[in-house]
Design a protein around this ligand. Structure first.
Ligand code: MG
Length: 202
């Protein structure tokens, strides 16, 4: 199982970090050891003083393939959930400045929070609302209509490079509103009106 992540898939988020709007999806990966065990708290790693939450819609691949065509990509995932792509922003900024890969800042243990999964057909994937509440205050409010690259485009793009297998996850990028977490914060994630997880920061 692998976790493929898309960066800069919402224009407003790319802008808030001072990044250009990409011509192609920006891709990175997390190893399976990045997945935070369900029910566990998230512990801020000692190598960072600026860990950010990034709430994202996550696709679960239900049918593998390579060179998947965009018009068929819809058949390759049948469940969706939400996840947090925890990012050590201070470390990422240093790596970016040196032109180095992002993995140390993005792929560390516990950096991938993944909710339960829900049938895709119960939602409108082109107009799906999702939001993150931090300490009772809404900090991120996303809608999939604002994605630069749709789930189908992402699947078609990444499958040119990586064979997709059943059970792989794709994090589809975060909307604007990312920010730092601190000890004792409580994060709550909502898919439409449904709370899909809550998480304590330590
Ligand atoms: Mg992200």
């Amino acid at each position: 199982m692998k976790i493929i992540c898309i960066g800069r898939n919402y224009a407003d988020h790319a802008k808030e970090l001072g990044n250009e709007i990409p011509e192609n999806p920006v891709i990175f990966m997390k190893p399976d050891t990045a997945i935070l065990k369900k029910g566990s708290d998230f512990y801020i790693p000692e190598f960072s003083d600026d860990v950010h939450y990034e709430l994202e819609v996550v696709l679960k691949i239900s049918k593998g393939g390579k060179y998947i065509q965009e018009e068929n990509a819809d058949k390759h995932y049948d469940e969706i959930g939400l996840g947090i792509d925890f990012t050590a922003r201070d470390l990422q900024t240093q790596l970016k400045a040196k032109g180095l890969p992002w993995e140390l800042s993005k792929a560390f243990d516990g950096s991938a929070v993944i909710s339960e999964f829900y049938k895709k057909q119960d939602f409108d994937m082109k107009n799906l609302n999702f939001s993150l509440i931090k300490n009772k205050e809404k900090v991120q409010d996303g809608n999939t209509s604002l994605m630069l690259f749709s789930p189908e485009k992402i699947i078609a793009f990444v499958s040119q490079y990586f064979t997709l297998k059943v059970g792989d996850f794709i994090f589809t990028g975060t909307p604007k509103g990312v920010g730092k977490v601190a000890e004792k914060d409580i994060l709550e994630a909502f898919l439409e009106d449904k709370k899909v997880f809550d998480l304590r920061i330590q």
